[in-house]
Design a protein around this ligand. Sequence first.
Ligand SMILES: [Zn+2]
Length: 278
Amino acid sequence: MMFPYGVTRYADLLRTGLGRAEIEQLQLAGHIRRVRRGWYADPSAGSDVLRAVRLGGALSCLSALRHHGVWVPPTGQLHIRMSEHHQAKSALPADVHVCPLPIRSAPTVAVDPLATALLAAVRCLNGEGIVVVLDSILNLRLLRRDQLASILSGCAVRVRRLVAEADHRAESGTESMVRFRLRRLGVKVRSQVFIEDVGRVDLLVGKRLVIEVDSRAHHTGESTYQTDRRRDLVLVARGRLVLRFTYHQIVHEWDAVLKELRLLIRSEAHLRPRPRAA
Ligand SMILES: [Zn+2]
């Protein structure tokens, strides 16, 4: 028995043609188990989906987007949607966030579909977070830009404007974050730029400054380590400046990074033309 996201409603199980006795058999054999009244799980169900359903909600927003494969800004909370009526009756743990996109009645799905999860996320995220999510959706080709615009057409202008700012080339959320922040400083930044004899670099700031970012908290095998050093050599020898930021620097230490970046930008080092190749 395999349900989408590992969880399904009893009513939907009956709809597949199974009888009550067969469902009971599946349960006795350990193929499915009851999560709460009216909801069943197979062994593939993730702990976050199970938690959302047990609480009487649907996994949504950032937590659902993650299930759809989207890169989401780090959050220590479980993002769920639930009806106001149900919320009023429940004592929710501190790490559960009920996103401000209410459901009228009891949820009919365990995990919100992409469009619904996105509508919840734009209410929970700041501008940068929204661009991170939109970039990732475009990069994964889960939705096109016109579909994003249509889904978000009822949202505030500040949200709708961000659709134009999203970039399908961004290959990680950390890359999107750095691009967004540098643009807010008023510098010209391009994503995934091809440089001769090197290949694509994550970001090119001005004409000269190359920024490469780690996409994950724990990164780099030996081969990446070697490749990165070879690329740095070629880039620097040919007049570029290269900066590498770790996930930790981008997510947790940005103030310190920004302080130095401001110095670099003020000196216009990113704008200086490359020396002519000999
Ligand atoms: Zn949320």
